[in-house]
Every structure is written in structure tokens, then in C-alpha cells.
Design a protein around this ligand. Structure first.
Ligand code: IMP
Length: 447
């Protein structure tokens, strides 16, 4: 089996370093030219990646944004949970916009299927939490992963077999009946018939994607692994229980695609120049005042899947340093720099104080995190327009100082800064050697 030397970064993971919505879609889109395959490894249609190309906006939930590049293959890995109707609608939407998925999109035959009762279970679960609701996207994601772990889930290979499909639906409905009163309203016949129709329509896309990926890497093809959500929403490493139900961190790329960790060469973290979070759970640097609202409006911080307003706050070094450790980030991308353009003062959280003492590591206890008080340094805002700037040298000095400060505090190199939603609104910060081998045209200033 071929294995690329460690310093070539042929296969790269892009991962969110905060609570999701960091702008991964845009960065994946930007990097896609340098890869042959883009593979999504976890989550489901709870994610929403917005990509703007030449003024045209595409919002993708399940299909990797690489689909917008005609010659690239896109994989939905085994770690993803798929709502077949949502996927069909996304494929149809792309096709009607002139983007073809035929022969370019492959769904893992081991990925799990979301059905109607998963959404019902999620609603019941959320309702029962009252004030402590997670604030999920109501897409049935968590209950589908629950069934996967409970070893009663429905994988795509089984979804395609009418007999197994029917048996699985009947067994699931039987098992859930006592716990989920709303399930009585579901007609097994209708659920089965609708599911079977979708299975037939989607069957052309189903493949053993682990084989496809590994054989492609054997042949020297390069793979970009696209994470959804972010490190702090990871089921193991995030702010549990206010998390999503999958491994959004870099480790998920291996389990979620069937490509072993030693075949992957690097991890690129994505973070906003500030912080956002959707749904419940502690958020130490949250701004509950007018400034938070201003950032929300400037950054158009409304969920691309649910439209919910995102909670906004200052950049949090404790969060991104933690993400650096958990994902072993090689480099960081800072997005949405332009959103801070009009601020005269910007704060950066350098760490947390809990009961008077500085925290040494990111706390697992949700009650402790809720009680953590951020320590801030205030820096002068650049108070001028960075929007659309494509060359790092052209950024205002104070904006460059902000980037350097973050790099120093987080303790890692920042390779790119995004100054607007369009593919071309990106400035290169560093000429990092590893990154320039991977993406020469980007690091030579040619985006
Ligand atoms: P779920 O993934 O729908 O189960 O939601 C669990 C938590 O993750 C909620 O707080 C959601 O708001 C959050 N979440 C899920 N997907 C995303 C995303 O793509 N961006 C940001 N937050 C998300």
C-alpha cells in the first residue's frame, strides 16, 4: 500500500475549531482545486455550508461543497447519517442549477438512514428537557446515531433491500412504541413505500466508499476530508451534553470514512475572528448586549439550516487552543475578519478564571464552564474596511496586529484570513512550507 511521506500533506482534514459555522464550506471550496476527492465524514443535514461563487449562493447540507467543481468526486462517508428525502432534494436542487451529481457523488453503503420516527423521537426528547433543551436542529440526527449505537440502525446497504428495510422499520417501531407515543401516528406501509421509492432513486449513488477512497489514495489521488459542526460540538470532546451526536473532530475523519489515520497528512482548523454558537449550553465569551447584536447583524449570523439567530461573542483563545490540541491542528484559518471592521475596540479572551484561579485546561463539567469568567485583553479595532481584501499586506496594520496576537496566544500559525464570503475574498498570511507544498498556487498568492 502506498503511503505518502509525512511532509507532503496529500490528504488533509478541514475541521471547525469552535462551535460550528466557522466558514468551513468556503475554505473547503477554496482548497478543492488542489484535491481529487472531497469526503464528508460525520453529522447529517444539521450542517449547512454556504458557498458563494461569482455572486451565486449555494447552501449545501449533506453533499460536500466540492460538488460545485465539475471534475471532483464527492463522498458521503459511513460516519454521516442521511435523511434520504433531504439528500434527494439536495441532488435535485443542484441538478436544476446545472450541477450534476451523476457519477461524481458516492454515498457510503455503511452510512445510517434517518427516518420519520427519528425526528419524532428528537422532538419528544427535546420537549422533555424543558429549560435544558439542547437546541438541536430537529433533523433526527441524535436518535439516528442512538439507533446506530444500539445496533438496530438502518444502513444504506440494508435500505436498498426491500425485505430488510421493511423488517427494520417494523422492528424499530415495535421497540420504540412504549417510549414514543407519537410513533402510533406512523403508517408502516406508507413509511415503507416512501422509503423504498427513495431507495430506488438513490441507489445509483451508493457504493463501498471506504474501498473507493483507499484505492484512490493507492493510485496517488488526494482527498480533502470535510468536517461538519465544530470541535466544541463533538460528542466526546465538546461541551457535553450541549453537543451534536457525532465526532466532529479530526479523529472522526478516519472512523467516518474508513481511511486509516496514518494515510492522512494534516489538519487545518477553521475559526471565526470572533465566536458564535447556536442552541443551548455555556458560552463564556457571549455578548448579550448591543455589541452582540451588532456582530450578529454584520456577520449575518443566522443558521443556514434553521435560520435561528446565532449567539455571538469575542474570540476565545481557550476554545481554539483546546481545538488545536484535540485535532492536532497544523495551521489555522481565520474567517469573517471583515465583520469586525467597524469596531473601535476588540476583546480577546486569553483564558478562564474559575473561583478566582486560572484554568489550566478546558473543563469537562458543564457547570464549571458556565461559571468560568473570561480574562480579556482589549486591542484597538482597525476601524476601516478589510472586506474583500485579497492580499495580507494590504490589510490595515491593526488588523494584522489582531491576527498576530491571536496566532501568539493560540500558539500556532495562521495561514489564511477570509475577508468576505466569496471564494476570492481571502488573504494569505503565511508561506508555511507544508501548506505551500499542498496548495502552491494559494501560498504563492494566486487564489
Ligand atoms: P443536532 O446536531 O441537531 O443534534 O444539534 C445539537 C447541537 O449542535 C445544537 O446546539 C445545534 O444547534 C448544534 N449544531 C448542529 N449542527 C450545527 C451546525 O452545522 N452549526 C452549528 N451548530 C450546529
Amino acid at each position: 500500500m502506498n503511503r505518502s511521506p509525512r511532509n507532503t500533506l496529500s490528504n488533509l482534514i478541514v475541521v471547525g475549531a469552535q462551535w460550528g459555522d466557522e466558514g468551513k464550506g468556503k475554505i473547503v471550496d477554496l482548497l478543492t482545486d488542489h484535491f481529487d476527492i472531497v469526503a464528508r465524514y460525520q453529522g447529517g443535514h444539521n450542517a449547512g455550508h454556504t458557498v458563494i461563487i461569482e455572486g451565486k449562493k449555494y447552501v449545501l447540507h449533506l453533499i460536500p461543497s466540492g460538488i460545485l467543481h465539475p471534475k471532483k468526486l464527492c463522498i458521503i462517508g459511513n460516519g454521516v447519517v442521511i435523511d434520504p428525502l433531504a439528500l434527494k432534494n439536495e441532488i435535485d436542487g443542484l441538478e436544476s442549477a446545472g450541477v450534476s451529481c451523476h457519477g461524481r457523488l458516492f454515498i457510503s453503503n455503511r452510512s445510517h438512514v434517518i427516518l420519520e420516527y427519528h425526528r419524532l423521537a428528537e422532538k419528544q426528547d427535546e420537549d422533555s428537557r424543558g429549560e435544558e433543551r439542547i437546541g438541536t436542529t430537529n433533523r433526527g440526527i441524535g436518535p439516528t446515531y442512538e439507533d446506530k449505537m444500539g445496533r438496530r440502525g438502518l444502513r444504506f446497504c440494508d435500505f436498498l433491500d426491500p425485505q430488510i428495510l421493511r423488517q427494520n422499520i417494523e422492528a424499530c417501531i415495535r421497540t420504540k412504541q412504549g417510549l414514543l407515543p407519537a410513533i402510533k401516528g406512523i403508517s408502516v406501509d406508507k413509511l415503507f413505500a416512501d422509503a423504498q421509492k427513495l431507495a430506488e432513486e438513490l441507489s445509483e449513488y451508493v457504493a463501498d466508499t471506504a474501498v473507493l477512497l483507499n484505492e484512490s489514495i493507492d493510485k496517488g489521488k488526494n482527498v480533502l476530508f470535510e468536517g461538519a459542526q465544530g470541535t466544541l460540538l463533538d460528542i466526546d470532546h465538546g461541551t457535553y451534553p450541549y453537543v451534536t451526536a457525532s465526532n466532529a473532530t479530526a479523529g472522526g475523519a478516519s472512523t467516518g470514512t474508513g481511511v486509516g489515520p496514518t494515510r492522512i497528512d494534516g489538519v487545518l482548523g477553521i475559526s471565526k475572528a470572533y465566536t458564535t454558537r447556536v442552541g443551548g449550553g455555556p458560552f463564556p465569551t457571549e455578548l448579550l448586549d448591543e455589541l452582540g447584536e451588532r456582530i450578529r447583524q454584520e456577520g449575518q449570523e443566522f443558521g443556514s439550516s434553521t435560520g435561528r439567530p446565532r449567539r455571538c461573542g469575542w474570540f476565545d483563545v481557550a476554545v481554539v487552543r483546546y481545538a488545536k490540541m484535540i485535532n492536532c491542528l497544523d495551521s489555522l484559518v481565520i474567517t469573517k475578519m471583515d465583520v469586525l471592521d467597524s469596531l473601535s475596540e476588540i476583546k480577546i479572551c486569553t483564558g478562564y478564571r474559575y473561583k478566582g484561579s486560572l484554568m489550566k485546561s478546558f473543563p469537562p463539567e458543564i457547570g464549571v464552564l458556565a461559571e468560568c469568567r473570561p480574562e480579556y485583553v482589549a486591542v484597538k479595532g482597525w476601524n476601516s474596511r478589510t472586506a474583500g481584501i485579497r492580499e495580507y499586506e494590504k490589510l490595515p496594520q491593526l488588523a494584522k496586529d489582531y491576527i498576530s496576537r491571536i496566532a501568539d496566544l493560540v500558539g500556532m500559525e495562521i495561514s489564511l484570513v477570509s475577508t468576505g464570503p466569496d471564494r476570492c475574498e481571502t488573504a494569505i498570511v503565511s508561506q508555511d512550507l507544508r501548506l505551500s507544498r499542498l496548495i502552491p498556487s494559494i501560498t504563492q498568492g494566486n487564489i
